[in-house]
Ligand binder design. Structure first.
Ligand SMILES: [Zn+2]
Length: 298
C-alpha cells in the first residue's frame, strides 16, 4: 500500500473544510495527479505478476556533497518512489504524471511546450543514484543499479526525446518493464535492513497546517470522496451517497480525530471540540461515552 504525503492529506482535509487559495488548489491537484500516477505504476508492476522486491516511498537524508542545491536551507531529503530488485539487479523508478507536453533538449534543459523551463527531471534521478550508491558503499554491498524516470500520463507527448534508456514513456513502458522485471534468484533481507536503517520516517518538511481550529468548517465527510457530507442512516450508521460506503459512528469519530491530528499534532482535543468539528452531528456526550468504552482515543 502506498501512502499519501502529509501535505497531500492536509490539503484534502482543508479542501473540505476551508476555501483553498489558488496556490493550495494547484498544489492539491499536483499531489493528486502524482499519487494517481504512482498507483497506476504499482498496478502495472503488480499485474505483471513477477516475484520481485518492490519498495515504495523511501525517503533519505541527502548527503550535503550529493546535493547540488547550494542554497538549500536545512536538511535536504530525497524521496524514492520505487526501489525495485528484479533479476537480482537494482532499479529505481521516479514517476511523473504530467498532463502537459514537454520538450526535451539535449543540453538538458526541459520545458513545457510553449511554456516555462522546468527542473530537469533527470537531476532527481541522479540524486537517487547518489544516495543509494553512497549507502551501498558504506554497507559494502554490491548491486548493478539503474535509475529511471517514468512519464506515465497516457496523453502526454515528449517532443525530441531520443531513445534514452532511463526514460520510460507510455509507448515503451510495457516492453521495457517486461524485459527488466525478471524474478530474483535470491532474497534481499540485508539490503532492506540497510534501507530501513537510513529511512527518514518523518520528513523535516512535514509541518502542522497553517490554519486555526476556528477556521475549519464543521461536518462529517466521506474520506474517499472529494466533498461529500455523510448522511446519517440511523443512530449508529452513516452513508456516503457518492460511493455508497457506510461508516459506523465509531469510524466517523476516529476519522475526525485522525484529521485533527493530521492538521496539527499539538492541538488538545476534547469531546466538545470534536462535537464542534463534527458540525454537532455527534454530541459531546456521545463522544465521551465512546471514549469511556475505549472505542476512540483522543
Ligand atoms: Zn464516498
Amino acid at each position: 500500500m502506498r501512502k499519501k504525503s502529509l501535505k497531500h492529506v492536509q490539503l484534502e482535509i482543508l479542501n473540505r473544510r476551508t476555501v483553498l487559495s489558488a496556490r493550495d488548489r494547484k498544489d492539491l491537484l499536483r499531489y493528486q495527479l502524482g499519487y494517481t500516477g504512482e498507483l497506476q505504476f504499482d498496478g502495472i508492476v503488480e499485474a505483471l505478476g513477477v516475484p520481485i522486491v518492490h519498495l515504495k516511498d523511501y525517503r533519505f537524508r541527502l548527503d550535503a556533497a550529493a546535493d547540488d542545491r547550494k542554497t538549500a536551507a536545512g536538511p535536504s531529503e530525497v524521496q524514492i518512489d520505487n526501489i525495485i530488485i528484479a533479476g537480482d539487479q537494482l532499479y529505481t523508478f521516479e514517476i511523473k504524471n504530467y498532463q502537459y507536453d514537454i520538450e526535451y533538449t539535449a543540453d538538458r534543459s526541459w520545458r513545457f511546450v510553449g511554456g516555462k523551463e522546468i527542473v530537469n527531471p533527470l537531476n532527481q534521478v541522479d540524486n537517487h543514484r547518489n544516495v543509494l550508491a553512497e549507502m551501498m558503499r558504506e554497507f559494502n554491498m554490491h548491486f548493478n543499479m539503474t535509475n529511471n524516470i517514468v512519464f506515465i500520463h497516457p496523453e502526454q507527448t515528449i517532443y525530441s526525446l531520443p531513445n534514452h534508456q532511463n526514460i520510460y514513456v507510455r509507448t515503451n513502458m510495457m516492453k521495457r518493464l517486461k524485459y527488466v522485471l525478471q524474478p530474483n534468484q535470491y532474497d534481499y533481507p540485508r539490503f532492506i535492513e540497510m534501507l530501513d536503517s537510513r529511512r527518514v520516517v518523518k520528513s523535516a518538511y512535514d509541518a502542522d497546517a497553517n490554519v486555526t481550529f476556528e477556521e475549519l468548517a464543521g461536518g462529517v465527510f466521506c474520506p474517499d470522496c472529494e466533498h461529500v457530507p455523510l448522511q446519517r442512516v440511523h443512530r449508529g450508521k452513516f452513508m456516503c451517497k457518492s460511493c455508497s460506503h457506510d461508516y459506523t459512528t465509531v469510524e466517523v469519530l476516529k476519522q475526525l480525530v485522525e484529521e485533527l491530528r493530521t492538521l496539527n499534532s499539538s492541538w488538545q482535543l476534547s469531546s466538545s471540540k470534536l462535537a464542534e468539528y463534527s458540525g454537532h452531528t455527534c454530541s459531546s456526550a456521545t463522544i465521551r461515552r465512546y471514549r469511556q468504552k475505549n472505542l476512540i482515543d483522543y
